[in-house]
Design a protein around this ligand. Structure first.
Ligand SMILES: [Zn+2]
Ligand SMILES: [Zn+2]
Length: 336
């Protein structure tokens, strides 16, 4: 089953962002001696919700929180996708800015599950920095903002060590917030980590998540995920080199969210770059072939790599060489 695409216009986003900037006072830098902005939580008034119709929370939605890559593109935050169902946001990956992007997602979609204190479940495809730089943000910020339960995180081996190291890195911040006047509860900061293997890794009354291994260059372990709810099946590739097995895994899925680079762009690059991207990532042409074999309802491209220019339209056309269904060039805060 498909749902109408809900793509907030850039103008709407600019209204939201401009509004937030205005709320900080904006016109002058901080006066000397004033505390740095960011020590204390602030709560954005919910009156900033745009007037557009909120999405129906009884359906399953995909909200692209960040469609970027390691590239510091200002309008594409780090890789993170939310699947929202049954009042819960299931996050896949935690790229830079994940919590603020989720908050923006709540504003433009009306899905309250995306508000910071409600972010409680995440799945990490792999531990590359572009997918995890927002992980300490996801651990700490919702806790500071009132998350009422520990965060549960599912990811590859190494997740526990990374989590422990992050909590250690922020030890003084945590101590001050627990023992100081904020009196935050340390037990709510405990992260429930689950180092996973391929297969069924998560199930609740609303959501079922299966992990599958993907080839991502020299990474020992990297995953993609298949998320199934009562009304939709969504497959997310994670970062992957060309992976023919995905056609079987994604067979009949409503949505395939796949990373991609423009094949023509890569051909114009030096041999070492071609070798790297040819094993770590997947061309848009290959994505189209996989999607066609799988017979998915629609393809959403994210984590798009334009290695030698090339337009979004050209990348979409490369998918369409084989796949005649709907192809979306994903942009931050699009919802489907
Ligand atoms: Zn990546
Ligand atoms: Zn990666």
């Amino acid at each position: 089953m498909r749902f109408p695409r809900y793509a907030p216009r850039l103008a709407l986003l600019l209204v939201v962002l401009t509004g937030c900037a205005a709320a900080t006072g904006g016109e002058s830098p901080e006066a000397p001696g004033q505390p740095a902005v960011g020590d204390e939580p602030t709560r954005t008034p919910t009156s900033r919700l745009p007037s557009s119709e909120p999405l129906d929370p009884s359906r399953t939605w995909v909200v692209l929180l960040g469609t970027g890559t390691p590239g510091a593109e200002p309008d594409r935050f780090g890789p993170s996708t939310a699947v929202v169902a049954g009042g819960t946001a299931y996050l896949i990956d935690a790229g830079p800015g994940v919590v603020r992007r989720a908050s923006a997602g709540a504003m433009v979609t009306g899905l309250q599950a995306l508000n910071a204190p409600n972010l409680r479940v995440a799945f990490l495809t792999h531990l590359h920095s572009d997918h995890t730089l927002g992980y300490p943000d996801l651990i700490l910020s919702p806790w500071v903002l009132g998350r009422a339960a520990p965060l549960a995180v599912y990811g590859p081996p190494g997740l526990e060590a990374m989590t422990a190291a992050l909590l250690e890195a922020y030890r003084e911040d945590i101590r001050v917030r627990v023992e100081g006047p904020e009196r935050l509860r340390r037990d709510l900061l405990a992260v429930e980590t689950h180092e996973i293997a391929p297969g069924l890794i998560y199930e609740d009354p609303v959501m079922r998540v299966e992990a599958f291994a993907v080839p991502h260059g020299t990474w020992d372990v990297a995953f993609g995920f298949k998320l199934t709810t009562a009304d939709r099946t969504i497959v997310i590739s994670g970062d992957t080199g060309p992976f023919d097995g995905l056609a079987e895994i994604a067979a009949g899925a409503d949505v395939l969210i796949h990373e991609a680079y423009g094949a023509e762009g890569l051909r114009q690059r030096e041999p070492e770059t071609q070798r790297y991207h040819g094993t770590f990532h997947t061309s848009a042409i290959k994505v189209g072939e996989i999607a066609a074999r799988a017979g998915v309802g629609m393809v959403i491209l994210h984590h798009q790599l334009h290695l030698a220019g090339g337009t979004p339209e050209e990348m979409v056309e490369e998918v369409r060489l084989s796949f005649d269904g709907e192809v979306i060039y994903g942009r931050d805060l699009d919802a489907f």
